[in-house]
Structures are given as C-alpha cells and as structure tokens.
Design a protein around this ligand. Sequence first.
Ligand code: RRO
Length: 305
Amino acid sequence: MESNLLGISFAGLSLENPTILASGILGYTAESLKRVAKGGAGAVVTKSIGASPRAGYPNPTVVQAEAGLLNAMGLPNPGIDVYSEEIKYAKTVLRVPLFVSVFGYSADEYASVASKAVEAGADAVELNVSCPHVKQTGAEIGQSPKFLSEVVEKTKAAVNKPLIVKLSPNVADITVLAQAAIEAGADALTAVNTLKAMAIDTETMMPILSNVKGGLSGPAIKPVALRCVFDIAEQFEVPIIGCGGITDWRDAVEFFLAGASAVEIGTAVADDDEVFRTICRGIETYLRKKHYGSVKEIVGLAHRK
Ligand code: RRO
C-alpha cells in the first residue's frame, strides 16, 4: 500500500489510511481489535465503555434487516476499571491508533470514563452520545444541544487527547447538534450512529428484538448518513468521520466527496475482516485514475458550486 496516497492527519493523529473500525463491531478484546488492524484498518474504535459493568439486553439483540442489521445490544460492557487493563494490553499489540468509545449517564460520568480511558492509553476518545435505544444516555443526550454541550465541555476539560463526538441521525437537523458539539470543544465529529428502527415477527405477531426497538446499520442507512455528513460539512470546517453503510470503495469515496476526511466501517466487517484493505485498494485505484495525489484532495469536492 502506498501510504502517501492514503495517509491522513486527523485531529492531530497520523493515520496510515482513512478507514477505521466503527464502534460496536468485534470491539472489546485487544485480540479482536488486532485482527481488524491486520485487515488493514487505519485506526480502531472499541465498543462503548461506561463507568460500571452492564449486562446489556437479553436475546434477541440482533436481527438481519432488508439491507443491514438491526441491533439493540443495550451497551453491554465490563466497565472502565476492568477495561483499562484491556486498553493497556491493546496498546502493546496494536500498531494503529486506538480510539476508545465512551458513554455515561451524566456529564461528570462521561468525563471520568474518558479520563480513565486516556490514562490507560487511548489515543483518542469517541463520545457516544447517540445510542438510539438506551434510556438516560446516548441519543437522549445527543438530541439535546444543552446536554450535549455540557457533556462535551466537561469531557474536553478532562482529557488531553482528541475528542470525537459521534452524532445521532435521529434528529430533525443534525447541524444544530454539530454546532453545539463544536462550540463545546469537539475536535472532530463522527456522523452517524444507527437509525432508530424495529422489526416484527409475523408468526408471533410481536417485535423481534427483546428491547422492541433498536438501531439500523448497513447499506440501508448509507444515503441518510451521507446526507448528514454533507449537511455538516456545508456549514462547518470540523474534521468529520463518515459512518453508515460503507461496504466498498465507492461508498467511501462518496463520503470523502461529501466532506468526510475518514470513514468508519462496521456492519461490512462482520462479513469480511479484509474489507479495509479491499476498500483502500479501491480508493487508491480511483485516485490514480482521477489523477489525484492524495485522498485529502477529494474531501468535500461535492460542495463545489
Ligand atoms: O449497544 C448498543 O445497543 C448500541 C450502541 Br451503544 C450504539 O451506540 N448504537 C447501537 O446501534 N447499538
């Protein structure tokens, strides 16, 4: 791989390429993160970690949907005190930046978990203010500019590493939340988390997920995610990670053209560890064919008037 075509500097971090493992996919153990990094990811994001252990929801927690996956895992995680050991170990086996995804039930809790994650070795923190189906955290915070500002401000003051805020698509105008996050000190934004959705079993005549509603990911949401990135990039200079249904190089290029500097890949990794490498090769071929010297040169080109 020629790193000069694909290498980026993102919120002060050097990435060998702009493809990143999205949070929630294969994301707890250092060994699984290492496997993804070997598949060519430029950085990896952990599953979201909170202040204390949480079991998550009972099964079924995942359902195959028409063009994607519907999940309501319910933030299962071991808690930051236990997970800090895994972060420390991950830092010894990973050769790419490690982003730790963090959630909380208050601004102070977000800040405290983020600070412990950084202390353990996180290269960046991704704030999950967008889980669509867990009460009193996630989207309940990320849908309110006031709560969001408070969480971002407190967390920013508690960490000395890049702070990335992952936004929800389940809002009327994502730019209002983007603005709140930026003004409160976010170094970058990830757009977007899953789209609130559900499925019903026609035999039992009941919702399939134990939690009734969940989050839709995968190709079904790509056009929505792309629109969110475009809307944010139209108004703000902030670095953006595009996320939502990216499966091949063409999807990734669409997100760059919309204004993303990097892309997160989640659902597509479930089928193929090597998806990062395959997508990177496709982006390189595209850049050469179009006579561009770097992926940076095509970021935001779809906004030309
Ligand atoms: O754990 C989950 O159920 C979950 C989370 Br934290 C999230 O941010 N997005 C999602 O679709 N599921």
